[in-house]
Design a protein around this ligand. Structure first.
Ligand code: DGL
Length: 284
């Protein structure tokens, strides 16, 4: 597929007569699908006056099993698009894409501030009592250099139990957050970690926080789940402040949503996952 000629579909919150987006710059956020909404939600809590642009590359979902070079190309195309729409900072709200492309994006767009995701091994390593921590992520994230470097950095202090989780991204995309199939998949992935005596579980994919409740029920109350999204939102604030890009007004922000896939699917997911009502329109 030629991603350069890709058609994106837009959903936007209705703000009749409101200021055109991009005049002050927006926070661009992207993911392969709806997972990045778990990061978007924290960013809008942390920075309630900032405009945002969200891209879900659902035509290419899931990124996890794809070659890293292909994912890199998708992220470059999305970055071009977000910049034409007025992004002032870009959050790569996808661990797989950050592992595959964050260095590349920073080199390719040196004038753009980027904030990426990485599995939160640091807080898990600092707080573990058993000395054993678990990480769940896509196969692509575990293959990337970013994760390998992180694992080496913490390998002396803790034993890291990693588990690629094919199927979970699709479960979240289809709203199957608590079905029998999803529970069976989660048990298959998580029970060996319980046997290994982990006491912290790092959510290394931005889709997984939407499964937190089901995960916690399976692993029990004594294992701490770690979602890096709130820390990422604070980092977005710091980077915006550093570049003097924070908005100073307190007016109501605009949030725009785009997908390379089915607009209705994104609208439905946004309603279900982050209680956001969006209207749908297409653009080319
Ligand atoms: N949310 C993405 C991540 O954080 C999922 C990637 C995929 O599409 O497989 O890794």
């Amino acid at each position: 597929m030629n991603t350069h000629s890709h058609q994106w579909s837009e959903k936007e919150t209705e703000e009749p007569g409101s200021e055109k987006i991009g005049e002050r710059g927006s926070i661009g956020v992207f993911d392969s699908g709806v997972g990045g909404l778990s990061v978007w939600r924290e960013i809008t809590r942390e920075l309630p006056n900032e405009d945002t642009l969200y891209v879900a590359d659902q035509a290419h979902l899931p990124y996890g099993p794809r070659p890293l070079a292909e994912v890199r190309q998708f992220t470059e195309d999305i970055t071009h698009f977000l910049l034409t729409q007025g992004a002032k900072l870009i959050v790569v709200a996808c661990n797989t894409a950050s592992g595959a492309a964050l260095h590349y994006l920073r080199e390719t767009f040196p004038e753009v501030p980027f904030v990426g995701m990485e599995p939160a091994l640091k807080p898990a390593a600092e707080h573990t009592q058993t000395g054993i921590i678990g990480v769940i992520a896509t196969p692509g994230t575990f293959q990337g250099d970013l994760f390998q470097q992180l694992a080496v950095r913490f390998a002396n202090n803790v034993k890291i139990h990693i588990q690629p989780c094919p199927g979970l991204v699709t479960a979240v995309e289809t709203g199957a957050l608590d079905t029998l199939e999803t529970r069976a998949l989660l048990r298959q992935y998580l029970l060996p970690m319980l046997e290994a005596n982990i006491d912290h579980l790092v959510l290394g994919c931005t889709h997984y926080p939407f499964l937190s409740q089901t995960i916690q029920e399976i692993i029990g109350p004594n294992i701490t789940l770690i979602d890096p999204a709130p820390a990422v939102a604070r980092q977005v604030r710091r980077v915006l402040a550093h570049h003097k890009l924070l908005v100073s007004s307190t007016r109501k922000p605009q949030h725009r949503f785009y997908t390379s896939g089915n607009p209705e699917q994104l609208a439905t997911a946004a309603r279900a996952l982050v209680e956001l009502n969006v209207t749908v329109k297409d653009w080319y």
